[in-house]
Design a protein. Sequence first.
Length: 153
Amino acid sequence: MKQTIIIMTTIILFSCGQKKEDRNGKITPEVPPVVEVPQEIVSAKLPDLMIISSSVSPKGMVAPKTKCKFAVKVKNIGRGDYNHAISVGGPGIVGRGFNSLKAGETKEVVVEYTPVSKNATYTLKFKVDPDNVIKETNESNNESQTYTIKTTF
């Protein structure tokens, strides 16, 4: 009866470039050259949505059940287009929006709010992409200034 023995080996090769000898006879591996990649290739072309201005009408004191309109301008200051739904909203406000914003483009959204209580103070702040659905280069610039609406008796 014949027996067959199979011997398996694994050879792992490491390459550190060529070895270099200095004046003192010390041998050190030469580091391979660094490949430079242009910045345009490295940085992703992501959108960056930002509220660039906002306003409210009417201003100051309002009677209860007065419809207040907020105009919110949103700009894509990023390098990439965004071609999906974009919403602008605030606390207690149904968001409104638009369907796309190309790089460099600005659009305005009008959001309505009706305070109902008498002698009350409402503090509102608007946010584009309130649920952080959009992957952006900067997520911290999505909020408007704060607005205060006061109602009369």
